[in-house]
Design a protein around this ligand. Structure first.
Ligand SMILES: *Cc1c(COP(=O)(O)O)cnc(C)c1O
Length: 387
């Protein structure tokens, strides 16, 4: 028996060898593995440029900076996300607001977005940037979002922290067909890992150059980008205030090795999801609905309790599952209900669809190494917990 977590990494001998090879080489950071990894992900995602960074939080921060988010600017995102999707705006001294979610996909609702835009246009406070989050690995409705972005002149940064390996309208997530930038997370609970790590993808050279220098102190060594002649071969120039969000070669080697198995990771997750769909169909649960334009990477498998059919509360079901050593989780506590955000003026009631969802949602274990026997235990425990 033993504890079954909701997610975990899968590290192969080949991954270990790849990391060891870097440790024995001349470069453990800023070496060739970073570029190899970036090219491989860009190639996989059918996008021009990729910039590896130390986390998805770092990726969101410099993506916002590259999109000129600053003081007086406004960013919108989904309340149903990890706090990092909203915090990135605050790092840039900008404001944050939320768009309520769709009751079927749990992603940012395009209807709510249209309505909010109309109100914002009247009040003269349209956002600079919108950050749609592909919850659980299912893409937002990017084509419709892109039409609104074009019409109202805001930049779109996809938070695809859950969604590497997923597809939208037959194209890989990360291709940026409907956005300026897309970010990935390589945290161990996500689809593939570099320990900590993230990446920003874009098709725009100007954004790429800016992201590269923001990642490393705002510095360039390219004489073409300098504002005055180079002093000599040692010279670098700081063009703006950047940070150190670099990824190490040790991490990049792990990422490159993991990428070889990305399709296998997603295939296994899809199989686990299909089995849950089948075996949980008769329980008092709402199972994850999939938009026909999307192919999820199944980072999460989220069920919603049909509380009117149950004797037990959401919390009782959750606690019972934990008692049975099933590491269920809850994605997410609506960001605007966090005390930090409430102190900025947000209130319970502001985004009712996300709040209702929060009263009912439970994430079940799903990851590459989850065995059929483990999954049986989860299904049995869930059945017991609901009764
Ligand atoms: C995990 C996650 C992040 C942050 O990723 P890190 O790599 O841990 O910084 C951001 N947004 C979403 C939606 C996430 O799930």
């Amino acid at each position: 028996m033993g504890f079954i977590p909701y997610g975990r990494q899968d590290i192969s001998e080949q991954d270990v060898e790849a990391v060891m090879a870097v440790l024995r080489s001349d470069w453990i950071t800023q070496g060739p593995a970073i570029e190899h990894f970036e090219h491989a992900v860009a190639n996989y995602c059918e996008v021009r440029y990729a910039v590896a960074v130390s986390s998805s939080t770092a990726a969101l921060h410099i993506a916002c900076l590259a999109a000129d988010v600053g003081s007086g600017e406004l960013v919108w995102t989904s309340p149903n996300t990890f706090v990092a999707s909203a915090n990135c705006s605050l790092y840039c001294n900008a404001e944050i607001d939320f768009v309520d979610i769709d009751s079927r996909t749990y992603n940012l609702s395009v209807d709510a977005l249209s309505q909010k835009i109309k109100a914002a246009e009247k009040d003269g406070n349209l956002p600079t940037v919108l950050i749609p989050v592909h919850l659980a690995g299912q893409s937002c409705e990017m084509a419709q979002i892109a039409v609104l972005a074009e019409q109202y002149g805001f930049t779109v940064i996809e938070d695809a922290s859950h969604a590497i390996g997923a597809a939208y309208q037959g194209k890989p997530i990360g291709g940026c067909a409907f956005s300026e930038m897309t970010v990935f997370s390589f945290h161990p609970v996500k689809i593939m890992t570099t320990g900590e790590g993230g990446m920003i993808l874009t098709n725009q050279e100007v954004l790429y150059n800016r992201l590269i220098r923001l990642r490393s102190h705002g510095i360039t060594r390219n004489p073409d980008l300098m504002t005055e002649p180079s002093h000599g071969p040692w010279y670098y120039q700081q063009l703006e205030l950047g940070v150190n969000y670099r990824m190490t070669d040790i991490q990049a080697a792990l990422g490159l090795s993991q990428l070889q198995r990305l399709d296998a990771f997603v295939a296994r997750r899809s199989k686990i999801a299909a089995r849950y769909n089948k075996e949980l169909a008769n329980l008092p649960l709402t199972l994850p609905w999939q938009h026909p334009d999307t192919l999820s990477s199944w980072h999460l498998y989220i069920v919603r309790l049909q509380l009117h059919k149950l004797e037990k509360s959401h919390r009782q079901v959750f606690e019972k599952l934990r008692q049975l050593d099933i590491g269920v989780n809850l994605h997410y506590i609506p960001v605007h209900t966090q005390p930090y955000y409430q102190q900025m003026g947000f209130q319970w009631g502001d985004f009712p669809v996300a709040e209702q969802y929060y009263q009912e949602a439970i994430s079940l274990p799903i990851y590459y190494g989850l065995t059929d026997t483990d999954q049986e235990r989860v299904i049995e425990a869930l059945t017991i917990s609901l009764s």
